[in-house]
Design a protein around this ligand. Structure first.
Ligand code: DGL
Length: 265
């Protein structure tokens, strides 16, 4: 590893954070990423915040040991449960988190009704309550924890009639309630964005926050004079569990051959 040009660490419970990694690679091609998918503990959504804090701290420790200069918490559930704790524990490390795009959703809606797709852990969090309080006073949020969606996406089910029926069950009540804007508040969900758009219709606005997160990462790295002038070496992908579909899904999304390093703990 080149100690003068350290990589950016990025993690999620599984493949979801790759949707953020994709945006980062598009916007900051000179940065080298170390991606960690905590598949042994997936899904994070239904688990207590305390457990997610522990996983997030262990992963951060690992990524810092690999020399990462900044950490992207590419998971809304982990951001909600652990971001404040991580910042307190490692005050010198820049952390970039992800949260449901309630504010952009409130700006985009014409009907005043926004569908929010996120995990149970995100909806239960203080962070989400604060977002609602700050940005959703004048609009209505129609929420669904999309139980089982993360597992389906991890299994590689990204389209087809069964997935369409599954998503229709979630989206049709929101559409009937007047939602014209949908916030993807879990990094896994952009994998099924084309199907969500098909069900919601062309005129619906679907918000994937990944490009905004890449922009925020750029700002943070610029401020600290940490931007790489050019990429030095390949991106790396670590998983705490078995590979299963990860390499195929990651290669399909990112457009290059992804090889996983398994780190069992
Ligand atoms: N991708 C994660 C998020 O953004 C959570 C998925 C899970 O439940 O593990 O919330």
């Amino acid at each position: 590893m080149d100690p003068g040009r350290p990589p950016v660490g990025i993690f999620d419970s599984g493949i979801g954070g790759l949707t953020a990694a994709y945006a980062i690679i598009q916007q900051l091609p000179q940065e080298r990423l170390l991606y960690f998918g905590d598949t042994v503990h997936l899904p994070y959504g239904p688990q207590p915040a305390e457990a997610i804090r522990t996983y997030s701290a262990d992963i951060t420790q690992f990524l810092l040991q690999q020399g990462c200069k900044a950490i992207v918490v590419a998971c809304n559930t982990a951001t909600a449960a652990a971001l404040n704790y991580l910042r307190e524990r490692w005050p010198d490390v820049p952390f970039i988190g992800m949260e449901p795009a309630v504010k952009p959703g409130a700006c985009a809606t014409r009907t005043g009704k926004v569908g929010v797709l996120a995990t149970a852990g995100t909806f239960k969090s203080q962070r989400y309550a604060s977002l609602m309080h700050r940005f959703a006073k004048d609009i209505e949020l129609l929420e669904d924890p999309c139980t089982g969606l993360v597992e389906r996406i991890e299994a590689g089910q990204l389209d087809g009639p069964e997935m369409e029926a599954f998503l229709r069950n979630i989206l049709e009540p929101m559409l009937a309630g007047g939602a014209d804007t949908f916030v993807l508040g879990c990094t896994h969900y952009p994998f099924v964005q084309p199907l969500i758009q098909k069900i919601a219709g062309d005129s619906a606005t679907i918000i994937n926050p990944a490009p905004a997160v890449a922009l925020q990462l750029r700002r943070v790295l610029e401020e600290r004079h940490l931007l790489n002038p050019e990429r030095n070496g390949p991106h790396r992908f670590y998983l705490s569990g078995e590979k299963k579909n990860f390499e195929a899904l990651a290669s399909g999304l990112l457009g290059f051959e992804v090889e996983v390093i398994s780190v069992f703990h």
